[in-house]
Each structure stands twice: as C-alpha cells, then as structure tokens.
Design a protein around this ligand. Structure first.
Ligand code: C2E
Ligand code: MG
Ligand code: MG
Ligand code: MG
Length: 277
C-alpha cells in the first residue's frame, strides 16, 4: 500500500517535472523564433522633471508581440531570456532599435531628450560592450550624452575588475549610467561613491507606500538626500498619484517616471505627449 502510494507520488512528480520542462523548451524555442522574426517591439515611457513635468527622456521597454497570445510583458520572458543567454542578442536588438528611433525623433525636430536602455548582467559581462555601444551610436549619428544605460545593484556588487573596467569605459565614452530598482539590493554607499554613476532610480516598491507608509517615505527621502550628497540625480519609478508626486517633489527628487504622467507607449505616441506638454 505505502509502496504503491510512493510510486504514484513519484510518477506524479515526474510527470509534472516533464510538463514544466516541456513548457520551458517551448517558450525557449518560441523566443528564438521571435528574435529571428522580429516579433519584439520597443515601447517607451517618458521620464519627466518633478517640478514642471517636462519630458527629459524616455526609457526603452521591450514587449513581445506573440502571434498567438498578443502583447506579452517582459516579466514573462526576460527571466528565461536571461537563463538561456538569448538576452544578449535581444538586448543588442533593443539598443539598436531604440537608437534608430531616437534618430527618427531628432530628425523630426523633437526637443532633445535622453534614451535610457536596460542592460542585463550578461550584456554587462561582454568584454567589448563599450565598443558595441559606440558602434551603434555612430551608426545613428547620436551623441553619447543622449544615451543612459540602466544597471542593477547586483551587477555592480560583483566587485570584480572586469565590471569596473566596463563602467569606466562607458563613462569615458560619455554615456550616462543609472542604477535601476535602487534600494532593493545591498550596495554600500562607500562602494557606490567610487563608481562612475550619474543617477539613482528609486524602486517602485518604496514609491508605492508614499505618503502613508512611514518606512517607505523615510527610505525614499533618505535615498534622495544620500544621492544628492554623492552628486547623483534621483528619479522615482512607478509614480501613480499626485500625492506621491507632491511628497517626492517636497523631498527634492529630481524626476519621475510613472503612470501618473504616462504608461510605456509605442514610439508613435511619444510625439503626441510632447505636444500635450
Ligand atoms: P524596469 O527597468 O524597472 O522598468 C520599469 C517597469 O515599471 C516597467 O515595467 C514599467 O512599465 C513599470 N512601470 C512604470 N511606471 C509604473 C507605474 O506607475 N505603475 C506600475 N504598476 N508600473 C509602472 P515593464 O515594462 O513590464 O518591464 C519590467 C522589467 O523588465 C523592467 O523593469 C526591466 O527590468 C525588464 N526589461 C524591460 N525591457 C528590457 C530590456 O530591453 N532589457 C532588459 N535587460 N530588461 C528589460
Ligand atoms: Mg529600467
Ligand atoms: Mg526599475
Ligand atoms: Mg524592475
């Protein structure tokens, strides 16, 4: 009896493991196919100044137009893209595609703005990253100062010579460097101070609790004060309400990004947002 039950349990787990592995394989091959067939699309979310909501820049955020499922959000495919290293060609595609779009906006006479692009740890590990970035900027005749790369604390905390070299090369090239999701990792201040970083992006999880959650509010104001001490600019992520904006503005935060101003939108909608302001 017990033995039979054990066998059944075993079979049950084997079957569900097989199912999970198959689902993963299917998704992986669909992702490869999607890359070859240009099923990805870049959306852009404005980053605006806290005081007057002027558009200072946009962040490039990738989506997948799956022929069966429609528009798929990055949370559902970036983790697997990272595991399978597909993020390296995908990330390069996003950078190229969004620089191409910047060229179009500049040619159309839109006011100058910056382009922020997320980097994954595997892109960051490439020895020739700065050369790749320089090549793309040259292809689209863009000044390096209009590009900002977003890194995460965990990428910086590897604390290896390679990472520091890459950061220095990118800084020498003249691109801006921002730390994304700031506050969720464990980077130390003393360490941050030695890195060529320009901006901190306060993670949405802290912004969510503002202004009612005392801890979140306290963390946000502390990050802002600390960033300014280090001569870094601060952007708040995920601002959804006027109350959050007011609190952050009073705390001296420089800029924000969030549904309050605009969700991420297709490239064509960005011009309309400029006309609105
Ligand atoms: P992230 O870089 O921290 O991007 C901000 C995310 O917050 C975006 O989600 C954006 O749509 C969302 N967001 C912005 N404002 C609000 C708001 O007011 N309310 C709410 N609820 N959400 C807001 P998204 O586009 O789903 O992207 C999720 C994550 O996927 C990104 O987080 C980034 O880590 C990753 N990702 C997206 N595109 C790329 C890419 O091209 N390369 C890499 N490596 N990662 C990417
Ligand atoms: Mg980001
Ligand atoms: Mg973020
Ligand atoms: Mg995030």
């Amino acid at each position: 009896q017990a033995k039979a039950q054990g066998r059944n349990t075993y079979r049950y787990y084997m079957e569900s493991l097989t199912r999970a592995a198959n689902a993963r394989l299917t998704l992986e091959s669909k992702l490869r196919h999607a890359l070859d067939n240009e099923e990805f699309i870049v959306y852009f979310q404005p980053q605006v100044s806290m005081s007057d909501e002027r558009i200072l820049g946009v962040e490039a955020l990738v989506r997948w137009q799956d022929p069966q499922e429609g528009l798929v959000q990055p949370g559902r495919f970036i983790p697997l893209a990272e595991e399978t290293r597909l993020i390296v060609p995908l990330g390069a595609w996003v950078l190229r595609q969004s620089c191409r779009q910047m060229r179009i906006w500049r040619d159309a006479g839109l006011p100058p703005m910056t382009l922020a692009v997320n980097l994954s740890i595997q892109q960051f590990a490439q020895r020739d990253l700065a050369v790749q970035v320089a090549d793309i900027l040259e292809t689209f005749d863009l000044p390096s100062s209009c590009l900002e790369l977003e890194l995460t604390e965990s990428m910086l905390m590897q604390n290896d010579a390679h990472g520091i070299d890459i950061l220095n090369e990118l800084q020498e090239l003249g691109v801006g460097l921002a730390i994304d999701d700031f506050g969720t990792g464990y980077s130390s201040l003393a360490y941050l101070k030695r890195l060529p970083i320009d901006k901190l992006k306060i993670d949405k999880s802290f912004v969510d609790g503002i202004p009612t959650d005392r801890n979140d509010a306290e963390i946000a104001t502390t990050i802002i004060a600390m960033a300014h001490n280090l001569k870094l600019s601060v952007l708040a992520e995920g601002v959804e309400t006027p109350e959050q904006r007011a609190f952050l503005q009073d705390s001296g935060c420089d800029s924000y990004q969030g549904y309050l101003f605009s969700r991420p939108v297709p490239a064509e909608s960005i011009e309309a947002l400029f006309r609105r302001t």
